[in-house]
Design a protein around this ligand. Structure first.
Ligand SMILES: [Zn+2]
Length: 302
């Protein structure tokens, strides 16, 4: 691709006053999981003018026909690694963005994950299962990297976007606060995956439409943008760390379609991931392992 004709002034002519491309080009965003939700976040990051975008997905995660109807990629990319095909898609929108396609099992290779998170000014967590969410949370908290995560609820009725920043509640704190994966009748326990592309995954996920997922992904991207711009102007930032959004009416949860709430979820002072503790490094590592193992056992595939 010939990049010599890209004129940043012209490219951001209509958006520069909102986006501040002179800031975004110095940013590095890691998007972990590039299914329908993550790909949408990555596409917005390219449109924001983010300088470097790291696309991470599981090894050999390729685009299949059933993905296409709910993904920014299309038929010409069938059979390609999603990370590599998405990298081309992003460069087609913003040719000066540096994009890296990385194949990584984040649960199995924490060293490489730590290196990726360490490079990122912002981490977007878009994976489809609890163990990977807990691992990325743990690594981001240790590195002090801002983390934005998202999830789409059962059938795409709505979803959530959370932000983990230094000194605030981490994903483990929020999951505990929301009583996630506890009582089966707990409405929050029905949080579904964000990437519905895994054919071996939960069949209920087929009920979610692309626009249900995209609606939540765009909120995730917006929270990322607000986080970036909020460093310069606090009034531009999100006043809270958790957004709940209803695509459709759900009795007891979403009183009307397109309803939203913003919460400030408190940090759990006893949280093993982000809380102060007098445990030794070895005891902490053991405790983390138990959190991950516990999350794995709550996966529907176990
Ligand atoms: Zn925590």
């Amino acid at each position: 691709m010939n990049h010599t004709n890209v004129d940043p002034k012209e490219l951001f002519k209509r958006t520069a006053s909102i986006l501040r491309p002179e800031i975004s080009r110095r940013e590095t965003w890691a998007v972990i999981g590039v299914g329908s939700g993550g790909a949408r976040v990555a596409e917005e990051a390219a449109r924001f003018g983010i300088g470097t975008i790291l696309l991470v997905d599981r090894p050999d995660e390729r685009l299949e026909q059933h993905n296409v109807i709910r993904h920014v990629l299309g038929f010409p990319d069938l059979g390609r690694l999603k990370t590599e095909a998405l990298a081309d898609h992003l460069l087609n929108i913003h040719p000066d963005t540096r994009v890296e396609a990385i194949s990584l099992d984040v649960v199995a290779d924490r060293d490489q994950l730590t290196e990726i998170v360490g490079r990122a000014t912002q981490v977007h967590l878009c994976t489809d299962n609890e163990p990977s969410k807990h691992v990325v949370n743990e690594v981001a908290v240790k590195a002090g990297s801002p983390l934005v995560f998202a999830g789409v609820f059962d059938g795409g009725c709505g979803g959530e976007v959370g932000r983990v920043s230094a000194g605030g509640a981490c994903y483990a704190c929020m999951a505990a606060y929301l009583n996630r994966s506890s009582a089966p009748d707990d409405r929050q326990a029905h949080a579904e995956t964000f990437d519905y592309s895994n054919p071996a995954g939960n069949e209920r996920s087929t009920a979610a439409l692309n626009l249900d997922i995209a609606q939540i992904a765009l909120i995730q991207a917006r929270v990322g943008l607000m986080t970036m711009l909020g460093r310069l102007d606090r009034s531009a930032d999100l006043s809270g760390n958790y957004v709940l959004f209803g695509n459709r009416t759900v009795e007891g949860l979403f009183p009307r379609p397109l309803s939203s709430e913003i919460w400030q979820i408190p940090r759990d002072p006893h949280c093993l991931v982000c809380g102060a503790t007098d445990m030794t490094e070895t005891e902490l590592d053991d405790a983390y392992e138990r959190i991950i193992a516990d999350a794995m056992c709550k996966e529907p595939r176990c």
